[in-house]
Design a protein around this ligand. Structure first.
Ligand code: ATP
Length: 588
């Protein structure tokens, strides 16, 4: 397939933000795509090479890309950087540079999607000393044969700056129309996606086997299932209103969610955001098979750090020490954990997703043989506000965050946040009623004790409609020296020359970061703000929302993608929630 077909489509898609137009362009593209290439096209459209859980990252830095453009155009890196500064987009800068060059040379050959994909794949796989040189060679050979427009999209994919604003749902709408003739079939595609987390595979199946193939789509062991999520409730009373007469209450443990895929001695672990995290938990890989009584299972558990002497649960931060590349064995013995199971999604060849909660729990109790390391999450059946309060108290006293409330007769809704599961937390510190997970977009150099690190961070919420990150506050409290060092280490690799175009902020920072890292903060209040951009114009024209007195909680949420951060709808609902309370008080 000619790469120009894809780059023409991408060009059209970049020029619109309207979902219907985007869908039309995608349908047209799918119709022009041979069946055996459609999977690769879907990954490229998402700026990826494979589904996220395979962990294949392109990892090309701006500097290297600039060198490659320089090599294939004969124009100096300095000039290219100047152009980049003007346009703010390296892909676009490359188009301008290469357009000058094509006036004097001829294109050698038509490049294909297959060739671009394969080359990008090779680049992603390169490691070691000479990898930078090799990467540059591969990139400049592609750029040599590409038209300026093609080159611009190759670079955007390489640098991770392709921003089409096509959400997964839009992609599935287009697949449903192109391959089944009916947009309504999206929900069937969505089911397949929720159990495989692999949109490329879903596209291949629907393209080759149409709807029937998708309906027969099964859970694949070692491909992660998208997790079910919970809505939040603020009180025992609200819980009863939403859950009815009788339901399950489980401790909400403060650890890391782990999806375990087990077949005999083979164990693979996925995080909440479906990253393969097996490397951080060699102890789980070793110990779990002994506690599992089944041939093949997919289970969900919360891995929690514990005090080995007392068995007490320790806060989530302790687990952070496990996130290291080297000396993991030392971290395993220094920071012991227990694995606390709460669900079963697949058992000996059969999906368990359609089973009711109470049936799944029964099965789970049969599968997991409890010992000092493997446990079942404490659960009880509750019927009244008193029951809930009692159990919440127990849970908090054991070092947990609160309760998860689950309807007894409901299936597991993969990939959905709904009301069949609720979470009730007791956030003493937090007057807003809940914490927020925000994306670190900028940094300010510290003074005094904080010289040499970022003393204050600029944070953003996620704007789902525009796929951007909108500034919401500066935070400078809650950081111990250890956190400041740790954050400095992590953030140093995310510094960019120019502000990423997905960052929406009027406030200027000393340094800008790739919007990738998510941290948790609490705050005393959400207020209208003339400077910050979160939910701009939603409450009042010209004003955004901002956090007052934000404080870092110590949680660096490495298991979350920036798109999983608190979004502006959540910020608005917290803003409105606090208004109600304030209003209620003033009436009394
Ligand atoms: P939070 O910030 O509250 O952890 P979240 O967005 O990560 O929220 P939610 O679905 O809102 O996810 O809350 C559920 C999370 O709580 C799960 O992802 C899991 O890590 C954790 N958890 C702890 N105990 C349980 C339990 N018993 N059942 C389900 N999830 C649990």
């Amino acid at each position: 397939m000619k790469f120009s077909i894809l780059s023409d489509s991408l060009n059209k898609m970049e020029s619109t933000t309207k979902r219907l137009e985007l869908t039309d362009y995608l349908v047209e593209l799918f119709k022009n795509t041979p069946q055996d290439v459609v999977g690769r096209i879907v990954y490229l459209l998402q700026g990826k090479l494979r589904p996220d859980f395979e962990g294949i990252e392109l990892g090309v830095a701006e500097k290297l890309a600039i060198k490659a453009i320089s090599k294939s155009s004969g124009i100096t890196s300095k000039k290219i950087e100047e152009e980049y500064r003007k346009t703010g987009d390296l892909g676009q800068a490359a188009t301008i540079i290469l357009e000058q060059k094509t006036q004097t040379t001829f294109l050698v050959e038509n490049i294909t999607v297959e060739r671009v994909y394969e080359t990008l794949f090779k680049i992603a796989k390169l490691e070691g000393n000479r990898s930078q040189d090799m990467k540059m060679k591969y990139i400049s050979s592609l750029l040599n044969d590409a038209t300026p427009l093609e080159a611009s999209f190759i670079l955007k994919i390489l640098l991770g700056t392709l921003r089409l604003g096509v959400a997964e749902n839009t992609l599935m709408d287009a697949m449903a129309i192109a391959y089944t003739g009916n947009k309504e079939n999206r929900t069937i595609l969505e089911k397949a996606y929720n159990v495989s987390s692999d949109l490329g595979k879903v596209a291949e199946v629907v393209a080759t086997k149409s709807l029937q193939g998708i309906q027969e789509f099964k859970i694949i062991l070692f491909n992660p299932i998208r997790p079910m999520l919970a809505d939040r409730v603020k009180s025992e009373e609200e819980t009863i209103e939403k859950m009815g007469e009788k339901f399950a209450a489980e401790y909400k443990l403060d650890g890391e969610r782990v999806q375990l895929h087990v077949k005999g001695e083979k164990v693979v672990l996925f995080s909440r955001s479906l990253e393969n995290i097996s490397q951080y938990y060699p102890d789980i890989i070793e110990k779990i098979p002994k506690s599992i009584q089944a041939d093949e299972v997919i289970l969900e558990a919360e891995a929690v750090a514990i005090n080995e002497n007392t068995g007490e649960f320790l806060p989530f931060q302790e687990l952070m020490h496990r996130r290291r590349k080297y000396k993991i064995e030392k971290a395993v013995s220094q920071y012991p954990i227990t694995v606390n199971f709460f669900d079963v999604l697949y058992h000996n060849g059969n999906s368990c997703l359609e089973l009711e909660y109470q049936e799944r729990r029964k099965l789970l109790e049969k599968i997991v043989k409890e010992d000092d390391y493997s446990k079942l999450v404490p659960m009880t059946i509750v019927k009244s506000e008193n029951d809930i309060e009692d159990y919440l108290e127990n849970s908090i006293n054991s070092g947990c965050e609160g309760l998860m409330l689950k309807m007894l007769d409901k299936p597991y809704q993969a990939g959905a946040r709904g009301s069949h599961w609720l979470k009730l937390k007791r956030e003493y510190r937090n007057e807003l009623g809940d914490s927020l997970d925000l994306v670190v977009i900028g940094g300010f150099f510290g003074k005094g004790r904080r010289t040499g690190v970022y003393g204050t961070l600029l944070l953003a919420s996620y704007d789902e409609d525009n796929d951007t990150f909108t500034s919401i506050c500066k935070v400078g409290t809650g950081f111990t020296d250890e956190y400041l060092d740790q954050l400095y280490q992590i953030l140093s690799s995310k510094v960019t020359i120019k502000k990423n175009p997905r960052i929406i902020s009027e406030m200027e920072a000393d340094v800008w970061f790739e919007p990738e890292l998510v941290i948790e903060v609490v705050a005393s209040e959400i207020t209208l703000s003339p400077i910050h951009k979160a939910a701009k114009d939603e409450i009042r024209k010209g004003a955004g929302l901002a956090l007052r007195f934000p404080k870092f909680t110590g949680k660096i949420r490495v298991e979350k993608f920036p798109e999983d951060a608190s979004n502006n709808q959540e910020v608005i609902s917290l803003y409105k929630g606090q208004k109600k309370i304030a209003h209620g008080k003033s009436l009394m």
